[in-house]
Design a binder for this molecule. Structure first.
Ligand code: ADP
Ligand code: ASP
Ligand code: MG
Length: 415
């Protein structure tokens, strides 16, 4: 008997009627002969509301208590979903992260999954039950409740699909697939039929909020296909799978924008071995994710260092730099909070040239200044003023004619 994991996001379970509709989907899959594991997010804007409530009591809530509070959002949803399935005449059991043995690192609010004990789920499935699991949460080895970071119910779902050897992990959300850009920002964006794990990982890491980036790592490692689709329709969505040979024919698959970033520029860093480790070691220890690192040295003995962090991590980053400043004496630390990152992603960039030039020219024609450029094998990112971000995304989308199907005749992306 095949096994499928279905994950329902916040909008999909926002009210009783929608919970009932998602329960119906799980029941249909069960009646179709599959074993079914359901992962749910907190309803609607529950997580945002809980964060707001916490911050109205305490400006900077202790992370342990914040995880304790936020985990309740998903706990509500699992119980409601199990009730809805019972109502449809099927057996279901709700399970928290702790109950299914989802063990995380001892870090609150952004914990990484260490292991999952699949035996509890398997036992319940063998008893003919639909198992409903709370997304976004786990426990430490010491039994402390942790959460996995915003949007991480996707990661719970794909991690479960991986350990259970599921046929597919279905991600039900409020769009009917992964688009060439966020359809809320680019109305012309087109639904992508199939995308590789690598491209989706880049897109998710560069701001495409439709999938949590760490979920894609689990997919990539286990090879479980991820089907991103709408919970409101039955139309097929986007398959995230291994790379296929024809994917390299498409130069640019999608484009993204990431806001809520801050750029730090450290001038006059002593140019000697060990300095970069001194800066980034303490940041890593605090769990700060650093990106777009550029170091350059023009004068002997003196280097400049630039990097970006999420605005949420700015205070922690400042603290680390100020501590270090006391020890080594930088010339100046500049913080720029008015930045956004616009990127293009595509595995075809490995074998096609001229993508960067086209992107930069399109931005310059639109009068958008590029502050910083970073690249990898399959992406090009530009840092620009935050106020230009949405327009820049549309400019880039137009330049690569991403609204046109690349499998259609004479498409420029397939040249
Ligand atoms: P859920 O609550 O179901 O997890 P999310 O809000 O996390 O839903 O993700 C869905 C949203 O992601 C969409 O409404 C859309 O605005 C946004 N999004 C950003 N980039 C993309 C993209 N490239 N394709 C589709 N949706 C995207
Ligand atoms: N409820 C959590 C959030 O809003 C997790 C999720 O929805 O994936 O971030
Ligand atoms: Mg989400």
């Amino acid at each position: 008997m095949g096994l499928i994991v279905q994950k329902f996001g916040g909008t999909s379970v926002a009210d009783a009627e929608r919970v009932g509709r998602c329960a119906g989907r799980a029941v249909r899959a069960k009646e179709g002969g599959s074993q079914v594991v359901v992962v749910v997010s907190a309803r609607g804007h529950r997580t945002d509301e809980l964060i707001e409530l916490a911050e109205s009591i305490c400006a900077s809530p202790p992370p342990r208590e914040l995880s304790m509070l936020l985990a309740t959002g998903e706990q509500e949803s699992i119980a409601l979903m199990a009730m809805a399935i019972h109502e449809l005449g099927h057996e279901a059991i709700s399970q928290t992260g702790g109950q299914i043995g989802l063990i995380t690192e001892p870090v609150f609010t952004r914990a990484k999954i260490k292991s999952i004990d699949a035996s509890r789920i398997r036992k319940e499935l063998a008893n003919g039950r639909i198992v409903i699991v709370a997304g976004f949460q786990g426990v430490t080895e010491a039994g402390e409740i942790t959460t996995l970071g915003r949007g991480a119910s996707d990661t719970t779902a794909v991690a479960l699909a991986s350990v259970l050897g599921a046929e597919v992990c279905e991600i039900y959300t409020d769009v009917d697939g992964v688009y060439t850009a966020d359809p809320r920002l680019v109305p012309k964006a087109r639904k992508i039929g199939r995308i590789s794990y690598m491209e989706m990982l880049e897109m998710a890491s560069l701001g495409a909020g439709v999938m949590h980036n760490r979920s894609i790592m689990f997919g990539m490692k286990s090879g479980v296909p991820i089907h991103v689709r709408s919970s409101f329709t039955d139309s097929p969505g986007t398959m995230i799978t291994e790379e296929l040979p024809m994917m390299e024919d498409i130069v640019v698959t999608g484009c993204t924008v990431a806001k809520n970033l801050a750029r730090l520029i450290v001038l006059g860093v002593p140019h000697k071995p060990g300095m970069a480790a001194k800066v980034f070691g303490p940041l890593a220890k605090r769990g700060v994710v650093v990106d777009d690192i550029v170091q350059s040295a023009f004068e002997p003995g003196n280097a400049n260092m630039t990097f970006t962090v999420a605005k949420d991590d700015l205070d922690a980053t400042r603290l680390v730099l100020e501590e270090l400043d006391k020890e080594v004496g930088f010339e100046k630390i500049i913080v720029d909070q008015n930045v956004a990152k616009v990127s293009v992603v595509g595995v075809g960039m490995r074998s096609h040239t001229g993508v960067a030039e086209r992107m930069f020219r399109a931005l310059s024609t639109a009068g958008i200044n590029i502050e910083m450029i970073t690249t990898s094998e399959i992406k090009i990112s530009t840092l620009i003023a935050e106020g230009d971000a949405d327009r820049a995304l549309r400019v880039v989308h137009d330049e690569f004619e991403l609204d046109k199907d690349p499998n259609g005749p004479a498409h420029p992306a397939a040249r």
